[in-house]
Design a protein around this ligand. Sequence first.
Ligand code: ATP
Length: 361
Amino acid sequence: MAKYEIVTIDGDGIGPEVCQSAITVLKEACGSDLLSFSSHEGGADHYVKSGHVLPDDTYAACKAADAILHGAAGMPGVTYPDGTEVGNDLHLRLRFRLDLYANVRPIRLYQGVDSPLKHFQPGQIDYVIVRENTEGLYASRGGGIVLRDELATDTIVVTRKGIERVARFSFDLARSRTGAPRDGKRRVTVCDKANILRSYAFFRSVCDDVARSYDDVEIDYAYADAITVHMLKRPDTFDVIVAENMFGDIISDLGAGTIGGMGLSPSAELGDRHGLFQGAHGSAPDIAGQNAASPLATILSGAMILRWLGDTHHNGTLRDTAHRIESAVEKVLAQGEYVPRDLGGKASCTEMTQAVCRALA
Ligand code: ATP
């Protein structure tokens, strides 16, 4: 019997293609004994058919699983009466119901990738954005008001408990890393607008409180506007960045842009008991069903599943296998024979998947 059960939700657009690619690579890397996969419905297309974006049985399976692998969700035009997109609700509901409070987005430049930041080499951009995932501005989704068709409100909400746990997560993560590429210092950069809003000043002060228990990790601060410039001019000074939900959402797309784009950017949404893993990109309906998507972000998210399971279950084999998958992706990119279309190449989703599987051998 397999040791760890992974629930998969293909979702919409390119979701099924990239999710199946990641499963293929995980099976190749782990063999048949370690993981089992069970596929479940969910997403915007499923909402159109059934009226449910996250069916009850899918939620129950997610709750019982060891980890959740998701392709992508969302279709343009499938919206609620207030105009917001239905697809996003799949992972938003999982986020809140499974309390996935830390959204981990590694930003790492691989060899063979043409970064728009010409002064930086592979190894010089290697940091992690930790986006607070259950509070902040997005916590009030659905709770804002539009009044007299003249004004609209959405309210930012942050709590000491919520900030403390994501800050602690970020400092622990920094402890497990080797520091910022430029100076080798373990560092957590707090991204906020503490100069403008009380909620962000509170966010910063709670991070300061947590930092006192981590003498070996430096704390550093950057306003959310200024950090966009630092991420372009001196990305090698970052190690771990912790940010409020919306700021984390925005800066992680910018970070992805600096290392080749969304097609290379994995993501893990972690709580104390559950983990949801998916590429940081959306469902890309413009290229869906054409075998044109890059599966690399989802494959790297699959590697994050193994590392997270390895850490939480103290299993070195899982951690080693995560590293093998990342090295295989790195090798394929460095060799340059197969280049996905979003990086300017011609390789299809299946060709990229097969190339990664061969590199694992
Ligand atoms: P969301 O709001 O759900 O994040 P989005 O509409 O902002 O989604 P995406 O769906 O990520 O954006 O697509 C943005 C662009 O990036 C599209 O042109 C899409 O084709 C491209 N893209 C996204 N993911 C991939 C991928 N894995 N491979 C190739 N191209 C991709």
